[in-house]
Design a binder for this molecule. Structure first.
Ligand code: 0O2
Length: 202
């Protein structure tokens, strides 16, 4: 398997999506005082992770391009839960890629406690030998959800996916606390935004 050749279009997609979504953030900042996007990150899944996921999900290496949809991953992090749906609607109205699937793990959290909105897209990327359709995953989540997911991801890595029950329970409670934080902040969203407007004017 020539990984560099295989991953080249994915690298291109991640770079393009990061530029586009960061551009959206700048446009929002320019046109209104509140941007629904706090920051955007992206990565190409490391080869080791691709191999592990392929093994765990019984995906043959010949099929990874069709069956592994998060080799190219972009993450949009928002301040408030509402902002997530603003971004989702905005992405639905674009025509530079096709949305294949949407998963709302916010209204339907995962057993781990994980919350986030996932979109699987098919993105056309221009390579030197022509256009290639590439699968990518866009994750949209709040700062609080991101904090939780980052910590849980580290623990999963540490325990190789077998987090001890007591830690798991604590993580589930932490996920609820993070969601409660999002809910509480949403209740005073207008106050916060007004304060931020005043701050930006200075
Ligand atoms: P990485 O690159 O290390 O983050 P499916 O379960 O297949 O129906 P789903 O959940 O969209 O659908 O797919 P999958 O493959 O389980 O998860 C895709 C990515 O979502 C993961 O990538 C994580 O980034 C994130 N994710 C999903 N579930 C959890 C979770 O319980 N905790 C955390 N922290 N992140 C989660 P990878 O494969 O972990 O790789």
């Amino acid at each position: 398997m020539n990984w560099e050749t295989l991953l080249a279009p994915y690298k291109q997609v991640v770079e393009e999506l990061k530029v586009k979504l960061r551009g959206t953030r700048s446009q929002f900042e320019h046109e209104s005082s509140h941007s629904p996007i706090e920051f955007v990150t992206g990565r190409v899944k490391p080869v080791q992770s691709i191999l592990e996921k392929a093994k765990n999900r019984n995906i043959s290496l010949n099929h990874i391009e069709k069956e592994m949809y998060d080799i190219a991953g972009v993450r949009v992090v928002c301040q408030f839960v509402d902002d997530i749906y603003t971004i989702v609607n905005m992405l639905r109205n674009r025509d530079d890629f096709k949305i294949l699937e949407e998963k709302d793990y916010i209204n339907r959290k995962k057993e781990s406690g994980y919350r986030s909105y996932h979109m699987i897209i098919e993105y056309p990327v221009e390579m030197i030998r022509g256009r290639k359709m590439v699968l990518a995953e866009i994750q949209i989540r709040t700062l609080a959800m991101n904090f939780w997911a980052t910590n849980e991801h580290s623990l999963n890595y540490k325990y190789k996916g077998r987090i001890p029950v007591d830690v798991k329970q604590r993580l589930q409670r932490a996920a609820e606390a993070a969601f409660k934080l999002d809910e509480e902040m949403s209740m005073i969203k207008h106050e916060i935004q007004e304060a931020q407007r005043m701050f930006n004017r200075k």
